[in-house]
Design a protein around this ligand. Sequence first.
Ligand SMILES: Cc1ncc(COP(=O)(O)O)c(C=O)c1O
Length: 270
Amino acid sequence: MLINGDSGTTISAFDRGLQYGDGLFETIAVADAHPCLWQRHYQRLQAGGKRLGISIPTAATMIKEIQQEIGFNDRGVIKVIVTRGKASRGYQPDPEIPVTRAVHFSPWPSFPASTNSDGVSVRLCNTRLGSNRALAGIKHLNRLEQVLARSEWDDPGISEGLMLDANNRVIEGTMSNIFMFKDGNMHTPDLTECGVEGVMRNLVLEVAAELGRPVNIGQIELPELLAADTVFLTNSLIGIWPVRDIDGKPFNLDHIDRDLMLEVNDRAYV
Ligand SMILES: Cc1ncc(COP(=O)(O)O)c(C=O)c1O
């Protein structure tokens, strides 16, 4: 791991990332020894920085450290963390304190090859996402909702948990965004109140529009999702995962848009 450009794994216990979750992160796929969709990840980092008032290091600094961490590894995962730096006491940020940055390479997780053809099993989580426009969309370090939701199951046969907001609206998975295909149209939840605006979600939105299948962004209630023809999940590492079933309710994988999947995969890992 690189901490502020130096090799090591130690960050001050006073760091606001630890004290308050006061920071941002990105999880980036590595292919052919370079960070995939880097521009999009950096843009989201910057958007989060703007929202929280955290100065994001330059793209040149970040990319230099990312390449240093990747080294000769061809495939893997890069995690970038930027926090507001060391705290004194209390919540009030001190704009004079430099941010902390951490860059870490880890090996590519081995997803079963069958996920693309057979789809994945998903469960409905009891943990709800809180609504907060100030934090919605960005990838901030406060992930307790996802931690609680992911603690709800340990069955390795279930790949993801679906999360609703307090008004029973479908928002996303614990680590992914969700799309559904219903009555000839694609839909994905609106993320104005909560949820992470995924880099892969945005790529899917773009590719779908180019293929002439624009996606409706709006409110999705659980019964609507369960009545969909197909459902799929997205994130930077998994790309697109078709959903086989949600709490035992099966979906027909024959209806999945394979053209869209291929096109997204072609662009996501180059
Ligand atoms: C809560 C949550 N939503 C959505 C996503 C998908 O984001 P991305 O496509 O940028 O990987 C993630 C990724 O880890 C996530 O943790």
